[in-house]
Design a binder for this molecule. Sequence first.
Ligand SMILES: Nc1nc2c(ncn2[C@@H]2O[C@H](COP(=O)(O)OP(=O)(O)OP(=O)(O)O)[C@@H](O)[C@H]2O)c(=O)[nH]1
Ligand SMILES: [Zn+2]
Length: 206
Amino acid sequence: MATFHVNTRQVRSMHERKTVDTARIEQAVRMILEAIGEAPEREGLADTPARVARMYQEIFAGLHRDPKEELSARFHVEHRDVVIVRDIPFYSMCEHHLLPFFGFAHVAYRPHDHVVTGLSKLARLVDVVAKKPQVQERMTNEIADALDEALAAEGVLVVVEAEHLCMSMRGIRKPGSRTTTIAQRGCYEESAAQREEVLHLIRFGA
Ligand SMILES: Nc1nc2c(ncn2[C@@H]2O[C@H](COP(=O)(O)OP(=O)(O)OP(=O)(O)O)[C@@H](O)[C@H]2O)c(=O)[nH]1
Ligand SMILES: [Zn+2]
């Protein structure tokens, strides 16, 4: 019978390699299929463990990464006011049920000393923070903290809206219910007026 006892040394070596252990994922998926009464060797399932392992490699690619590295492209422009990229789609995995939660992130910051980052980098930041076992609140705060630290921004405001499949397809079964989380730093924490202005732009555009 397959065993997949994980000892500390193996976990440490995986963290050092900064990758997922695809062989062990395959083993685990085979065990789950057996445990639900399936026959992992039947034709339709034969390649499933390897597929799931490849998929986990992709959807957990944000593990062991420093989100701030996504913001390494920084430059000066004559701009002092808010920059907002809204409606950034994302897919993440709820760490409680390993089911997807997905939706949109809206990312806003007010530059300090005219230091900005590339617009695409904000979407890359959302991706890297989403691609690991997550909860929505932590995801929202990790995006805000990375921006706050990497750009030393005057202010940061992040809004995430998502549907959680663990609330839609199982359990309480409320498809269509959406969760909104917000993280604010600097001027958007201090000034309700500035925060309201940005929230209005996120909601309705200019
Ligand atoms: N705060 C927060 N909770 C989440 C998130 N994703 C899932 N959850 C919740 O995590 C909780 C886990 O609760 P448990 O009681 O341990 O698990 P459960 O028995 O499967 O709970 P139900 O989903 O209510 O059936 C549930 O209430 C989920 O809705 C998230 O991103 N943030
Ligand atoms: Zn869940």
